[in-house]
Design a protein around this ligand. Structure first.
Ligand code: PA5
Length: 448
């Protein structure tokens, strides 16, 4: 099996030319050099770059052993985290899972649920209610260890778990993933004796899915983290420093989207024709949005699930303001075959589809949509994914990460910080009278 995911940019040409893309070759290759030499902005956050190839057998075994321990004790594992501390795991688990896993009567691995990714009171109440008669465990993930959303969820679920199984057993069912030395979560984990995994200082949250942040929840859900990492290593090689621009998918994707941006296409819509990829798009939106949206610059990353959203967003995409381009995740083969039956009365007029696979209809919907959107002035980048497997997801994740670093450097921003995320937190803490925020509290109240 030597297939790889494949980037196709032919249908992006029209509003831009191939020359426009190649005009960015120098900037893209310079971006790659800056990443590899560590000479660009944010160079203290480049730990993700060689991460796949550097993951050791010992580390994989450690993650798998921790996953097995939770699997043996728990029917549900709640992964607590937000942003980069949850989206990667959620994306991979959703892409690989049975769509109705939660409702199936037999599970080969614990159901993985997520918390701490919002401050929804009803969400937390309903989760706690669900867990009252469940054998559950917790993986709490926070690099800083101080993020409000996961900290609230952890407080609640830790207390509940200790009540349900006792403090000692709870300690056996809680795993913390946090930084090596600092932060409240590190201190708490050390005090309580939890199993811990380290998020390295030089791996930022949204680039951390191939660290224990993503690998542990994915392993708990029963998926093959070795294949995921192997796929990422393959893409690491395919996008390496010595691969020429024209053959380097990360460089070509980064240059194409920047050429489109420069031509006035300010919004990139990541589209899929497979509902299992919904959260992959959520992960991608965070990766690109938080990395590029700064200094009043940056492509706005949006996403749609087709064909579902052709019945809601389809009109706008076909006919609205021409400031968009589309990147389509196109999955080659499905896991299952479903054939459309013939009907003797044919009242719905669909007998022309009888005997065809559902996926054949979906593929024609995809092709028809591509033609319509390109005709309507929406340039189209296509990423072919042979199948939704751990290996190809690993390839895709690394491709997007590397292209994001290159793209940020082409744009001229620091792709590895997120200063804008702090503003809402400062206001929230001021409004909640957090100690130390007295001056901000006074100032913000005067504005209300
Ligand atoms: O990409 C990022 O750095 C952020 O999205 C963080 O992952 C998110 O804010 C959560 O931070 P932490 O892991 O420190 O709780």
């Amino acid at each position: 099996m030597d297939k790889k995911i494949n980037l196709i940019i032919d249908k992006a040409l029209g509003s831009i030319s191939r020359e426009d893309i190649f005009a960015l070759e120098g900037k893209a290759m310079n971006g790659i050099e800056q990443l590899h030499k560590g000479t660009g902005l944010g160079n203290d956050f480049l730990g993700w770059l060689n991460l796949p190839a550097e993951i050791t057998e010992e580390h994989l075994q450690d993650v798998e052993n921790a996953a097995r321990k939770l699997q043996s004790k728990c029917e549900v594992v709640v992964v607590i985290g937000i942003g980069g501390s949850y989206l990667g795991a959620k994306a991979v688990i959703e892409a690989l899972s049975n769509s109705f896993e939660f409702l199936r009567s037999r599970h080969e691995a614990p159901i993985v649920l997520f918390a701490g990714q919002n401050i929804g009171e009803d969400y937390l109440y309903e989760l706690q209610e669900l867990l009252t008669d469940k054998q559950f465990g917790i993986v709490v993930i926070s690099k800083s260890g101080t993020t409000t959303e996961p900290a609230i969820a952890f407080r609640l679920l830790k207390e509940q778990l200790e009540k349900q199984v006792g403090k000692e057993e709870a300690g056996q069912r809680i795993v913390a993933v946090t930084d090596a030395a600092r932060g409240a979560l590190r201190k708490l984990a050390d005090t309580e004796g939890y199993k811990t995994f380290v998020i390295e200082d030089n791996v930022g949250g949204r680039f951390s899915v191939l660290s224990p942040v993503g690998l542990l929840p994915i392993a708990i859900a029963g998926y093959d983290i070795r294949a995921l990492v192997a796929g990422a290593v393959e893409m690491q090689k395919a996008c390496a420093e010595d691969v020429p621009f024209a053959e380097n998918p990360a460089a070509i994707y980064a240059a194409t989207r920047n050429a489109l941006y420069q031509s006035g296409k300010k919004i990139e819509i990541l589209a899929n024709f497979n509902p299992k990829l919904h959260f992959l798009a959520e992960w991608w939106k965070q990766l690109y949005g938080e990395s590029e949206g700064k200094d009043h610059l940056g492509i706005f990353p949006a996403s749609v699930d087709f064909t579902t959203d052709l019945h809601s967003m389809g009109q706008w995409i076909q006919d609205g303001e021409r400031t968009i381009f589309e990147t389509v995740l196109s999955v080659g083969s499905m896991r299952h075959n479903v054939v459309i039956p013939a009907d003797k009365d044919n009242l719905d007029g669909l007998n022309f589809l009888a005997g065809k696979r559902v996926d054949e209809v979906n593929q024609m919907a995809e092709l028809g949509t591509q033609i319509a959107h390109v005709d309507g002035g929406v340039p189209n980048i296509k990423i072919e994914i042979p199948a939704l497997t751990e290996r190809y997801l690993g390839q895709l994740i690394y491709l997007f990460e590397k292209a994001c670093g290159i793209s940020g450097y082409i744009l001229g921003v620091n792709p590895f910080n997120q200063p804008g995320v702090e503003d809402y937190k400062r206001n929230m803490f001021a409004l909640l009278d957090k100690p130390g925020y007295e001056a901000e509290s006074k100032a913000i109240r005067e504005r209300l």
